[in-house]
Design a protein around this ligand. Structure first.
Ligand SMILES: [Zn+2]
Ligand SMILES: [Zn+2]
Length: 324
């Protein structure tokens, strides 16, 4: 089968690998679409031990298995289903298993991969292949973050909300916020095209770095130090700064009066619990037309090296690797 190899130094090649064989408790999945994700950039730079790709949609190819032929997404956190955290529904934070598909075992920039049975999320027939991968990071991660902090900052008493970073997760956060009752959403980003897309989604443009307006809820989706630090400054007392964007760099916080003299919540969330999935399917159903606009390219695996570079350069919002 064809698979991408991330060598590091921004180099990807497409090679022939042996088709994997499912072990006990696993199935083989034939990949149809894998969405590119900004978090793979570090593998593009440093190289990857396993085939990357973690926003995976495909069809189970395991004759004789109850799931054979089913269209499924891959829930990336491998989880035991039995520990305290899993039993409480927080399968993304299992206390026993810590492997992530596409990170610590092979992922979806390949024609096939094996998937633990508990990581299969069956996709309803009315959700087309071309938008199915959005149910993971774009919708799942963003909507979970908003649901997690909503009790602290209910829409009725929160006023305007700021989203920093209008990439796929930021755009996902805008749609999730609007659907969860936050009607006045502001957005900041350095890229003009992204701001225009966010504006067409009903968000209002907020100048990058501006301290003129303060917000009860700030959804940080860029992972940039500057945006995080500014968020700590301009979040209102008793407000919430939620960090959904990720960064591998050490984050030096320059403490100042605006940060020191204030009670506020700084919240981190990761991915989403499996139990959110039906809610996310409903959100996608209600908002298909807008989510569809985020998918701005689809291409075969031979073009992945070139398209990944264009994606990292910010030319594309949510491109999909597609297999026939
Ligand atoms: Zn991702
Ligand atoms: Zn567990």
């Amino acid at each position: 089968m064809q698979a991408a190899v991330f060598h590091g130094n921004k180099t990807i090649t497409i090679g022939e690998l042996e088709r994997p064989v499912a072990g006990p408790g696993e199935v083989l999945l034939r990949v149809r679409r894998t969405a590119l994700c900004g978090s793979d950039t570090k593998l593009w730079i440093k190289g990857a031990e396993f085939t990357p790709g973690h926003e995976i949609f495909g069809v189970v190819d395991q004759p004789g298995h109850a799931m054979h032929g089913k269209r499924c997404l891959v829930y990336i956190p491998v989880h035991c289903g039995k520990c305290e955290t899993c039993l409480a529904g927080d399968t993304q934070m299992c206390l026993v298993e810590s492997v992530l598909v596409g990170w610590n075992r092979p992922g979806g920039y390949a024609e096939y991969l094996t998937v633990p049975e508990q990581c299969l999320l069956p996709v309803p027939d009315d959700i087309e292949d071309d938008i199915a991968p959005l149910l993971l990071d774009t919708i799942g991660t963003a909507a979970h973050g908003v649901r997690f902090v909503r009790p602290l900052v209910p829409p009725e008493t929160t006023g305007p909300v700021l989203v920093t970073g209008a990439g796929p997760v930021g755009m996902g956060a805008i749609v999730a916020l609007q659907n969860l009752g936050y009607t006045d959403v502001h957005v900041s980003d350095l890229k003009e095209e992204r701001l225009q897309l966010a504006e067409s989604f009903g968000a209002r443009r907020h100048p990058v770095g501006s301290r003129d307006t303060r917000f009860k809820l700030i959804v940080e989706c860029s992972g940039a130090h500057a945006a995080r630090s500014l968020g700590m400054e301009i979040v209102l007392p008793r407000g919430v700064l939620i960090l959904i964007g990720e960064s591998d760099l050490p984050w030096p916080v320059q403490e100042n009066k605006a940060i020191r003299r204030k009670d506020f919540y700084m919240v981190r969330t990761f991915y989403f619990p499996k139990s959110d999935f039906p809610l996310n399917v409903e959100l996608l159903r209600n908002e298909k037309a807008r989510y569809r606009r985020l998918v701005d390219a689809q291409f075969g695996i031979d073009r992945l090296p070139e398209m990944f570079g264009r994606f990292v350069a910010g030319e594309l919002v949510k491109p999909l690797l597609a297999f026939a």
